[in-house]
Design a protein. Sequence first.
Length: 555
Amino acid sequence: MNPKKLTDDLSVSPQILPSDVAQLAALGFKSIIANRPDGEGVDQPSFAEIAEEAKRNGLSSRYIPVNSGKVGDDDALAFAAALSEMPKPILAYCRTGTRSTTLWSLAEAGRMPLTDILTKANAAGYDMSGVASRISAGGRVATDTPVESYDIVIVGGGAAGTAVAGSLLARKSNLNIAIIEPADVHYYQPGWTLVGGGVFRPEQTVRAMGSVLPRKATWIKAAVAGFDPDNNSVVIEGCRTIRYKHLIVCPGLKLNWSGIEGLTETLGRNGVTSNYRYDLAPYTWELVKSLKSGRAIFTQPPMPIKCAGAPQKAMYLSADHWLRTGQLDKIDIEFDNAGAVLFGVADYVPALMSYIERYHVKLNFGSNLVGIDGPAKRARFVKTFPDGTKETTEKPFDMIHVCPPQIAPDFVRVSPLADAAGWVDVHQATLRHKKYANVYGLGDVTNTPNAKTAAAARKQAPVVAENVLYDMGLRPHMCGYDGYGSCPLTVERGKIVLAEFTYGGKLAPSFPATLIDGRRPSRAAWILKERILPPIYWQAMLKGREWMAKPKVMA
């Protein structure tokens, strides 16, 4: 947290955490305005969490969510009203502070000279020149927008976006590439399971975004507001238009925390946790260490989700700790899975079932978490039976690990690039968009029927790189993606069932069975996960070094 003062009455900051609110109160702030919509980022607490802490510390709070790049006239009016009505001084926050500063700039339009607004914003570290015309127009939307052009525009600087940029530049270093990514940090999300299991420290899974993105690519540090593929352009925050010859869409997916009633109000407290968020994974380990008896529930929502094995990985590592510390016999473990099977590829189920039996886990298939009351420590599930009938039940818990439902980002779901379900609509082999030939997609955001894992993105990135260069006349053949995905299932500390498969659940082992037989738990697979894959991710995958990921030419 680093508040930047705009006026005596208002400061702005990047995303705050619930743990920051007491400090804000100590600094003299009386009110908090949240301008970031819930669910925008994987490391983001909800407004309900912030509001609860604000109330506890005697601060007022207000939720004025604004989608990045879409600061409307009504938003500025709502912000102006909050500034007038709420106790002062006020802290407003969003992802970086830019939206909050933009709202203030537009709210002050006509009341403060343009030069004063720009000067105060600049002193706080925010450049409002991009909305100067709107400020001059009294805060109204301007019709003139700056335009930038690139040969290739990549939306998303996560695993998929950085990897495909690295693969492109490794093939042709002088490509004119822009990467649109608003985040300041890049996460190694596969490591969060091990954070929740007490194996990794959180800081091992994060690096500054600027240190990860390729230096030869232009980093546009902004959020996407929308796509206009008919005019080969992307609209970003600040009403800027970015034009492209080829577009690669890979912003990841959205964790829909609000899709479970009551969840956002209790995350990170009352025994409610999730390894799907950076700041909550350490809380998982705290709960596991402190639980000595009672009921521990682990949940999995309907597909698709990123890393389908992650919910049960958390369960296995937790149960293994309780077994090693002599607590397991006093803890009832339940796995509530909205699906009908333990794992989607049957060859790996026998090994997993042996651990289900070892840890005495009660399996509840067709059981979907729909609501949670944290203070009462009760979870509500809808059970769907084979005949289609449904039943709602409530269960008490002492600890619950939640995997949230997951959807495509809002700006993707409402775009011409999306299919009926909201995912980017691409051919599953070429990863080219089904309607727009100069658009490609990869990673978690596409509708390809593969597991949404970093391993999948590692295989997809070279395919997209080859195919974009083919379109540019720089390669003789197109390449194909076979649906490869990998899920290292951490069944105990020190052993992993290494699931590797392609489209249709066909096994696709990377190593001889004498070294790693993925259908059986092994120490070698654990060493791969813990010690080898992280440096491969940072030093190979993200830099276009395609170890065991060379693309195959299509027949």
